[in-house]
Ligand binder design. Sequence first.
Ligand SMILES: [Zn+2]
Length: 264
Amino acid sequence: MLRGAGQRARSWLPLGSPETEFPEEWRACLHQHVPLCTVLPEGLRRSHENLVLKFIARKPFIGCAGLEVTEHMRVLIAGHACLLVLARGMSAYAQVREILVYPGEFVARRAQVGSDGVVQEHAQVLRGESSSLGQVVLSWADVLSPAGLGHNLVVHEFAHQLDQAKGGANGAPFTFASTPQRQRWAAVMSREFEQHRRNTALGEQTLLAHYGATSPAEFFAVCSEVFFELPQAMRYVHPALYTELSRYYRLDPAAWVGAPGERR
Ligand SMILES: [Zn+2]
């Protein structure tokens, strides 16, 4: 079934052809599971659908632990992932090699060198993972049922991919050309990260998940989740942060949400 779906997507996509028919059932799936799709301006909606087609045609999905990756899963995951590159284009995911999908949480084995020089292996239960070798690993159960408001596992892991594209992830994925732009990003992100760490340490309720306080890389990934899931709330609570992410992603999702007649 996986193979069939891949062949089908490829058959629709003579690569380089910008106008490929987007299946109505895929559109319905996106509207049901990727709420931002229902408020995208028309031009961006077409761009998003073209990106989803390209993503599915070019990126292999691999089912793990007995999971059979269905067309529905591929469309939903691609739909979330393509939001991040809506303005930047598919080349931003050039390093993404494959997407591994587990039915639920999975165990990752880590090797760690102790202070005595002995390598020890330990197991870690994860919902998602992004490697600098271009591999994204997802728990399907958590893709389908986010941990809470503002959470989005696919956005989180693919934000790591953007961050890792230049090498190790450090929360500075930018390709800003000018020094002032880079300095502004660094100043805003550092200030907001430190504030978030203080709030988290005090156990305060925050718009951004506490997990974002663990490192600058996790902070960027968590911010990206809220940027795409609750853009208006982020613009209101963290206006400087919203502005920087808006400049980085070259998108203004808060402006799409809540217009008369639109639903979110
Ligand atoms: Zn992470």
